[in-house]
Design a binder for this molecule. Structure first.
Ligand code: ZN
Length: 220
């Protein structure tokens, strides 16, 4: 299973160090939670910070755009070095066009679904998806508890993608830690976004990642 640390909970006073620490600790992706204060209540950062994170290590970067009408910014994130853009189905009325534009800019496509958005929202989009992001908490706030019904949702998402002949990866975001990571992998998730389980004042990112890998081994 791939691990994608979210810098949302990192120490922004030393962002570059925090990113390279995750890279040295064996992270697979950097996950950038972009919030606009409209689609979600909080504001985080935009393409300028994404570029800084991209330049801080060799890890591929994905921007999770919790933003209304994200199409306005696709070029900015491409120029910031993002390899994948994840948009919310709830924020993109013209999803086909959005996904085509992301691919035309040379990036992988991802679509995120809020916890109670029906999976059917991405059924028709399956052929255009490189990744489906299942929100396992409500987006826009850090440190929330994993929503238990998410496991069944991951299984149903995998079945839906299989039925459509889609090879899209399934990523989970929210409340992933040593208690939940085995279960989400068993349910069919390929990539886990990890926040407070990696970026914490109590341990280093390398230790956080190692403990998560250990938890995964325990379930093998
Ligand atoms: Zn995210």
């Amino acid at each position: 299973m791939q691990l994608a640390p979210s810098i949302y909970t990192a120490d922004f006073r030393k962002l570059g160090e925090q990113v390279s620490a995750a890279a040295h600790g064996g992270a697979d992706w950097m996950h950038l939670d972009v919030m606009d204060g409209s689609f979600v209540p909080n504001i985080t950062f935009g393409a300028v910070v994404c570029r800084a994170v991209h330049e801080a290590s060799d890890l591929p970067c994905e921007a999770h755009l919790m933003v209304q009408d994200p199409d306005r910014f696709f070029e900015d994130y491409q120029q910031a070095g993002m390899q994948r853009l994840i948009v919310h189905a709830e924020a993109c009325p013209h999803l086909y066009r959005s996904l085509q534009r992301i691919r035309a800019l040379g990036m992988q496509t991802g679509v995120a679904l809020n916890p109670l958005t029906p999976l059917a929202a991405i059924e028709e989009a399956a052929p255009y998806l490189d990744l489906l992001l299942i929100m396992t908490v409500e987006p826009g706030f850090g440190g929330q508890a994993f929503i238990p019904g998410s496991l069944d949702r991951i299984r149903r998402a995998r079945a839906l993608l299989n039925a459509r002949g889609s090879q899209a990866a399934i990523e989970v975001d929210g409340g992933i830690n040593t208690q939940t990571i085995q279960a989400v992998r068993a349910a069919g998730a390929d990539i886990a976004v990890v926040g407070a389980a990696v970026y914490s004042l109590q341990f280093t990112p390398a230790t956080g990642l190692a403990v998560l890998r250990q938890a995964l081994l325990g379930s093998a």
